[in-house]
Design a protein around this ligand. Sequence first.
Ligand code: ACO
Length: 173
Amino acid sequence: MPFATDAELDLFFPPALISEEVKKQLHETLHIRPLAATDYHRGYLDVLKVLTVVSDPGETAFVAQFNAMRSAPHTYYPLVIVDRASDRIVAVGCVFVERKFLRGLGSVGHIEDIAVDKSQQGKKLGLRVIQALTYISENSGCYKTILNCSNENIPFYQKCGFETKENEMAKYA
Ligand code: ACO
């Protein structure tokens, strides 16, 4: 597929919300933008597979999920890094903005589902995704940005400016 520009795509959120500083720091062969409705065809789910089990829901269900999530305004901000030459996705991440009644009706940004294609790891793409998501979180007025990760990823998040705080609890259905 030839590289699709932002203007040609049905994007999840306005691309202007992505940090210009992060865009400048990316190699010219790469582009960072919001998730697009057609990213099912650019390997979005394949990149997520480096993180966890991902079943293929088919394009119709993918687009339905995209639209359902987008119908909650100012809440989900999924973004991708695309290789311009192949128009394939090489890194993904999302921040979810949770509105609260405490802290003066404050909001918290939850960083979720960070993944970099195996062949592209170690090239600062994970760092750029986290910087772009934190920028969105902070510009959305979030008083903090948080995430859960494995012990082995703690050094990566420390490099991104995060610190260990409290514990994660989980109860799987
Ligand atoms: N241990 C120690 N240091 C690390 C690690 C690690 N596991 N991973 C990255 N770093 C360091 C790098 O060396 C680099 O340091 P430097 O600035 O001194 O050179 C810095 O962190 C930035 O690393 P990046 O190159 O940006 O890392 P990368 O692009 O490979 O992305 C990621 C890191 C996202 C963890 C990637 O390896 C990946 O996709 N892993 C599999 C999926 C995964 O575990 N995702 C995170 C789940 S947690 C969540 O989603 C909230």
